[in-house]
Design a protein around this ligand. Structure first.
Ligand SMILES: [Zn+2]
Length: 324
């Protein structure tokens, strides 16, 4: 089979196409013919490397994988636990010390085929195309776990999503709307604000955050937005953070923390149960993909460059052409 494999960290040039040995599906496994892979910022971190973190190269990238199994369109769960530790047995797979994210701590989908346990396949509902399906799982799971499991949003609450046009932002807006929340979101330009408005959020420029107090803030940016996010919270509000694309060191005013009685919550990926619940929202039509562009998989570096230039609204997807 053909696959893109990162053998050393670096620029887009390290995303080389290689011939790798395939394998037969064993008991309880299926072989997926990969058609599309959705990209996340995680793909850029895996390619570039992160100081102090070992990605155990070589690694086939690609967390969000769609394709065909026995003639049926499916997407794959993007993460899983060991299945045997206390955290996994309690259903908290994302607390497992052997937690795997496809394309990060296990080989991913930028390949012609993938053999996976059959339980990892989620059926693609009618009316959802494969590029759209491939754009969903990781960001959707992240947003669902943040808002449903961590911040525990309820109908009628007001939610602010920072960087609302990002992959996670677009999902967070729709997940909050599906829970009956009033959603506000920030974005840096008019095109992004129009996209946010089209999926049901009130768009704001970054310098207008705090005009209205909110119950919950979704943080993915970090250093540049943190102070405004904390200030925007009402007394007793919750801030939930799953990323730091703009920097990970922030000031924390403890007097504001205890006096306003706010919760600061960390979140990474989600549980297998979260993925099933979130996918049911897709099947009900409450969450839809927002695909900015589809590029050939063999030109994966071009797709990375689009992410790095922060010009993407929603998601970039790459399409299978490694055999061509
Ligand atoms: Zn485990």
């Amino acid at each position: 089979m053909k696959a893109i494999r990162i053998e050393r960290h670096g620029g887009p040039e390290v995303l080389g196409v290689r011939e790798l040995p395939g394998r037969e599906a064993g008991p309880g496994e299926v072989r997926l013919a990969v058609t599309h892979v959705g990209l996340n910022h995680l793909d850029v971190w895996v390619r570039r490397g992160v100081p102090g973190h070992d990605f155990h190269l070589p690694r086939v990238p690609g967390s969000d994988v769609a394709g065909i199994v026995d003639g049926r369109p499916v997407v794959l769960h993007p993460s899983w636990g060991c299945g045997q530790c206390t955290a996994c047995l309690r259903g908290h797979q994302n607390h497992c010390r052997d937690f795997k994210i496809r394309g990060e701590s296990a080989d991913g989908g930028c390949a012609t085929e993938l053999v996976v346990p059959s339980w990892m396949c989620l059926p693609v509902p009618d009316g959802l195309d494969l590029p759209g399906a491939a754009s969903l799982p990781l960001a959707l799971l992240t947003a669902w776990h943040m808002l449903h499991a961590r911040a525990r949003i309820v109908s009628g609450e007001r939610v602010l999503v920072q960087a609302g046009a990002s992959g996670v932002g677009v999902m967070a807006i729709q997940v909050a709307r599906a829970h009956g929340c009033e959603v506000h979101a920030t974005a840096s330009n008019e095109a992004k604000r129009a996209a946010i408005a089209a999926i049901g959020a009130t768009p704001w420029p970054y310098d207008k955050v705090g005009v209205r107090e909110v119950d919950v803030v979704v943080e993915t940016v970090g250093t540049p937005t943190w102070a405004a996010s904390m200030k925007a919270l009402r007394w007793g509000g919750r801030l939930v953070c799953c990323g730091a694309t703009g920097g990970h060191e922030v000031p924390l005013n403890l007097r504001a923390l205890f006096f306003k009685q706010v919760d600061v919550l960390g979140s990474t990926m989600g549980t297998s149960g979260d993925m099933l619940a979130a996918w049911a929202a897709v099947t009900r039509g409450q969450v839809r993909p927002l695909v900015h562009a589809v590029r050939p998989m063999s030109r994966l570096g071009d797709a990375h460059a689009m992410l790095e230039r922060r010009e993407v609204i929603g998601k970039v997807v790459v399409e299978q052409d490694l055999d061509g």
